[in-house]
Each structure stands twice: as structure tokens, then as C-alpha cells.
Design a protein around this ligand. Sequence first.
Ligand code: ZN
Length: 418
Amino acid sequence: MTTAETAERILAAVDAAFDEQVTFTKELINCPSTRTDETGVQDLMYRSMESRGLQMDRWEIDSAELRDHPGYGPSTVSYDGMVNVVGSYHPTTDNGRSLILNGHVDVVPTGPEETWSRGPWEAPIIDGWLYGRGSGDMKAGLAANLFALDAIRAAGLAPTAPIHVQSVPEEECTGNGSLTTLLRGYTADAVLIPEPEENMLVRANVGVLWFKVRVSGQPTHPREMGEGFNAIDAAYTVMGELRKLEDLWNSEKSSHRYFEDLEHPINFNFGGIRGGDWPSSVPAWCEIDVRAAIYPGVSADDAWKQVEDCLHAIDLPITARKTGFYAEGYVLEEGSEAEETLAAAHKASFGAELQSFTTPGYLDGRVFTLYGGIPSLVYGPVSEAIHGFDERVELESVRKITKAIALFIADWCGVEER
Ligand code: ZN
């Protein structure tokens, strides 16, 4: 257990470097890092870790082993040049519990930029909130990991267990970045991921499937429209049937622990739709991109089978294929040492008990928990409008989260005087 005196030194060190931490977070936001465009921000993360004396590792994420893994999400983009970055701290004295500090660099598209109040890659601070795409999800968390570790060292202390700081792509679409770190051999006694979770700990979260449904039509001239088959009209039928499957899964929530009290835990999102070639031709095709959630304990294979059965039951020319996430959900079992340690650190930073909750969103924590047997602590700051316009993160929350992470590192890994 960290003494009160060392805890005070650590907390003071977070405060002392917080302006620098915010500046670094702004630099991360200034690097647009939508899918396949993460090179700039990964270079920045690499340099930042290297300058801290961490032992660096950077590699392209693709491998045969990845593609054969049950947790692999089929990718629709090339992984050429897409890298993971890991910086490892190796202790002089090694007698504590090891830790992975994980964060993702990829961000979702901005949508129409003119609808943002300011440019999405600018990072203004207004009334205590830092704005920009990726500010909350999750560049504030990436910076918090690094600066929490800094604070330990700035306090004149050295952790007494290995720590791996991971900066990964592909969290918003497949989870293959984090999965690759595990396949490369990175493991630890706990993983902490500072996703924007409203100063709370994630107890349970859904898995996610991505797939594309294609409806084929029969093109004709509209003058003989009745002889054609309109693939776009038919897509409404497909979406209606998928909504019924969504209703069915939601109706089963009472048999899934931690999900009983959520209003609508299973969300199917029609995230994209394209079809047709010409206003005066009955459309020959329509494609719908779907994101579907599944409960922890439901395998991706089982859920996919139900989706396929749903689509096959529609008497229409339909094909479906996987296009990303093929991921199962997970539950953080109650009462782990990792959670107890985080709860104490949270209380010391926030002066309040740590709350946990269930989120109907995907998290990379499943990679570590399901395939590595590692407890995943997904815990991070207050944000608003992630994946929306004017995404923002609350800086005082980031400060307290950083303090809690720093205290967690000290307690979990142990520290000694440098
Ligand atoms: Zn995220």
C-alpha cells in the first residue's frame, strides 16, 4: 500500500505537469487519425514514449495468426503500414504486479465538418472542456496513461513491476490492434484502458458484429417499373426484419446479468446505405452497413447464425458478409484485486466511491479478458458527444482520472524510492 506521503507526492506531480499533459493531448487531437490514417499520431506516441526511456516496439498488425484467431474482426481495409506502438518499462526491482496501460489512437469520421462549431482537428479549450474529434475517445486517455506514469517518476519513485504502454489502432472497427498486442506476447496481471466512461468503471459491455447486407434488384426503365424489382425499396423490408431481431434480443435482457435494468441494451445501427446507379433506372442493388450488439456470453458465431437465419427467412435476393467487429462482450467479475486497488485510488483522487456500470458499447477490454485471462479495468473521464459533433472532454475530470491512474500504478505495481 502506498503511504499517504508518497500518494501526496504523486498527486502533486500530476498537478505540476497537468498543463503539459493538456498541451500534449491537444497535439494528439491535432493529428487526424481516422482509420488507415494513424501514422502521424502513432509517430507522435512513439516519440513520446521513447523520450521517456521506455523500451520501444512498433510493428505492422497483420499476421496469419491474427486472421486465424476467433476474436479477429474481418478487415475491409489493407493493414499495410498500420502499426501498433508499445513502450515497456522494465523495473530494477521486480516484485509487484505487472500492468498494461492501453489506449486506441483511431477516431471515427467527423461527419459534415461545417456542422462543428470549430474545426474538428482544432483543440480549443472552452469553459473547462477540451474539444475535438478524439478528445474524449480517447486521446485524453492516451495522454493520461503516459502522464500518470510520469507522475510516479517525477515524485522520485520507481514502479517495481513491468508496465507496457500500448497505443493501438482499429478499436473503432475490429479490435484487431489490441488483439495483435496479445498475440505478440504482451500480457500482465491487469490492464487499464481510460476510455471516456464518466469517471466510472465498466462492469459489463456488449460485443459487436459488423456486417454488410446486399439486396439485388432487377433494373428496368421506370416506364415499366412494375416489371423491375427495386433493391432500395426492398432494403426497407430487410431493415424492418433486422429491427424485429433487435427487439427479440432486447426482450431477452432479463436473462443477461447486468443488462436487466438497461432500457435498450441491444442496438442495431444502420450506419450506411448505398444503392442504385441512376435516377431513371430501377435500382439493381442496395447495400446496408449494420452494427449489431450482442450480450456477453453469446458467441459471435451464435449471433451471426441468428442474423443469417433472419436474413434467409426474408424471401428476397439477399447476401450478407462480415465487415469488421466479430467480437464478444465481457463482464469484469466483481471483487478482483485489480478492482479493489482501483477503487482505493479512485477514492483518494475523487473523494467518492468508485461506481461501476454496464455500457451498451464495444470495448477492447474483451480482448484481454476473453483471450488473455487478464482483468480489464475500463475507466476514464467525463466526455460529451463522442462520435458526434463538437466532441469534448472535461479537463478537471481528466486531471482526477490521471491522479487515480497514477495512484493505481503505485499500488498495483508497487514503488520504491529512486
Ligand atoms: Zn474509444
